[in-house]
Ligand binder design. Sequence first.
Ligand code: UD1
Ligand code: MG
Length: 465
Amino acid sequence: MILGAVVLAAGLGTRMKSALPKVLHPLAGRPMIAWVLGSLAGVEVSHTVVVVGHGADAVAALLPDGVSTQVQQTQLGTGHATAVGVAGLPEHCDTVLVLCGDTPLISPALITGLVAAHQSSGNTATMVTTVVSDAGSYGRVLRDAAGVVTGVVEARDASAHEREIHEINAGIFMFDRASLNAALAQVGSSNAQGEVYLPDVLPAMGTSIGTFVSDDPDVVLGVNTRVDLATCETILQSRLRKALMLAGVTIPDPTAVYLDADVQVGRDTVLLAGVHLRARTVIGQDCVIGPNCVIEASAVGDGAHVINAVVRASQIGPGTSVGPYAFVRPGTELATGGKIGTFVETKNARIGARAKVPHLSYIGDAEIGEDTNIGAGNITANYDGFRKHRTTIGARVKTGSDCVLVAPVTIGDDAMTGAGSIITDPIPSGALGIARARQSVIEDFTRRAAAKARAASDDSGGHQV
Ligand code: UD1
Ligand code: MG
């Protein structure tokens, strides 16, 4: 048996009411079609063809190397789409696995089981079915008195009696390629939708049709509406959280934590409520993340504490502290033991080991050396209205509160700045940079000012009430 896979993904997904092709809608951060292709992981597939139509370029752009596309110009139904797909398989593929791009929960285990069952049975077709309490818009599986499958009737074409059937077509099939082609040539489109239905090949195939019944109805859930999309998301989220908990991560309120598929979290880390980990984020061991954090495409080292923060495309080192209320923008690197504190925004900034930016600051396009402490309310003024410039701050520096460091500017190791300074020139190592008007003290000012005000009021004949 040489297996070729055909994934049907040309439909508009009318019921999604979306400009985005249905199979590109994300689930746990991955497009739906990627979940379907992922289910092929356990079987040896000689070639995979994705049938594209609506949003063909966008779908094709997201496909992994080695997967080819066939364009179905007009969406004439799943049978027609299958014919278009099969035509794109190399000649040597004698067996065809058909999957729908809109059934994202199918698992590698289901596909391996299906392939093995089809191969050992010698049938010309094997259809995956499952039994559901509410068969909704799924195609109902028809069996004769002996239990042999005779076909599938779509919900829209079914009689009231047929609609009572609970066994549904999951949209996943194995076929002998030659028999499939012969049967497809005979299928018409006289049905409620005027489409060529793939399951209509079954009656033309005689009696050698097998079924592979999945005992988990979730695994074949098809997404037609955003309600179905949310149902799949809920199931995937619960699987992802469960996998992390079983791997040693504490999640006290699992339904309040949202994970993308490719996220990794180390042992004994605690994920509190309102945590969203996205896009290949990697969290180390013994961290406390949350409540209320969005961390995407970032790495967080062992023992870090991140609370009420948004972290994007950044590297947060071990033993660090971020938040509460921090916005860590792309290109931030916080080294071991460092701190990005409350109401602090960083971007494209390297913050050295044990260096701290504790309060109310903006650090952008900057370098901060080890053990440096940035005073409250410091701003690296990195933009002159035309271009961005860098601020370089050495090790063991202490900046005063409310300083503006006007880039490009350099502060040497062990230097200091006076509070309220606007630093425009380099500060050498060990020096103090101070740039503010000196304070004047006017003695006895308030008493004299009040006396003056009283005299003016007497002159004008008025009086205070
Ligand atoms: C289909 C089955 C139904 C089954 C259900 C399982 C048919 C006629 N019906 O119904 O028996 O219970 O899946 O989820 O097969 N597509 C194309 N080109 C087309 C039409 C569809 O590529 O011309 C693709 C769609 O993009 C989608 C897949 O085929 O990924 C299934 O089409 P959809 O319209 O969702 O079929 P269902 O109504 O769900
Ligand atoms: Mg569907």
